[in-house]
Design a protein around this ligand. Sequence first.
Ligand code: GLN
Length: 451
Amino acid sequence: AHLARIDAVDEKVHAFLHIDREGALAQARAVDAKREAGEKLGPLAGVPLALKDIFTTKDMPTTVGSKILEGWVPPYDATLTQKLRAADVVILGKTNMDEFAMGSSTENSAYGPTGNPWDLTRIPGGSGGGSSAALASYEAPLAIGTDTGGSIRQPAAVTGTVGVKPTYGGVSRYGMVAFSSSLDQGGPCARTVLDAALLHEAIAGHDPLDSTSIDAPVPPVVEAARNGSVQGMRVGVVKQFRGEGYQAGVLQRFDESVELLKSLGADIVELDCPSFDLALSAYYLIAPSECSSNLARFDAMRYGLRVGDDGTKSAEEVTALTREAGFGDEVKRRIILGTYALSSGYYDAYYGSAQKVRTLITQDFEKAFEQVDVIVSPTTPTTAFPIGERADDPMAMYLADLCTIPTNLAGNSAMSLPCGLAPEDGLPVGLQIIAPAMKDDRLYKVGAAVE
Ligand code: GLN
């Protein structure tokens, strides 16, 4: 049924970069055979899923939305891919994304944009717009995203779906193509809080192949999602998460959500987190710096594309020609920015300062979580904007992540879930819930109560 749905709508939506029809049907039949034989089935047996094209898959290409990896089929499965297979999930295919997960609209994909199923002329968010669009268009009931600065939560917000950025280190990064390693985190996307929890539990857990993976039990997210409540909980509202640039209808729905939380028995606490105003600036130094280092591996010698290798050019020339042809504008912009920020003489002024701001943000969160159990905010300042509107204005594009980025810098966990439609345009608004590190279960407890 999901393959038929993809056939019917994906030409318009363009959520998928690759559809694995045969593989999905074979997997579904294997689940049936197991069931008939009375064998033990995985927790998500037979449930179809759309996988962001940033996780390696040994039976499907992995492009990361870039021409530089066009046609590359990895020799191994990411840990997350292996866990999905072990849970008997049916992987339908790989979803569209901003190139190397850099963007907030999926317009930076080298393979063309994805449409928002609510209005195909608008963006589905990014970088994981393909995964969120697949959910919102009913092409898949579950999807996987990655969140470096908001790429799970912002697409969830603008498509009226649920997305969770687990605690940094909660889900293995092994086999997840690196953008900014100290921020990147894979996580679940779904249409309900409970569905997200079931997927969360299937993909989380310690992995010795990822040195930053946390060696501790997975927070009890499914139990929390089944027992939604905010009775007696202290819920923080941060002063810095509103003001200029926020759409009136987004703030209206957010204020209503706060009223709802109050009526369900939560205590609302006003919080002041002054360093959050600096989060965007710090992020756009740290993320490009790490990206400039991580993307150095795309040198035309090891993976994918190789341009100009006609026997007359040096390796250096081939590398330069390949990068020129293989990387898009935003990726080049970030590599240049990051290389500059890390260069000798500038390191302390830029990267060093950004790291200090990162510490201040972490401290602001620590202070806040002494007073509250969770923090709530709008997920993103506006609803889905029209495709093309911000494409030539990187600064305007970066503003989409105003509320999501502090969480990545601090490494704690956060969820976005739908909280109604904005009256002025009828488009979905996202409510963000933020919890301390390894308290991901609180997201689900609160999310299930207000869903
Ligand atoms: N939009 C942000 C960026 O462009 C976040 C991306 C992400 O979370 N992968 O960097």
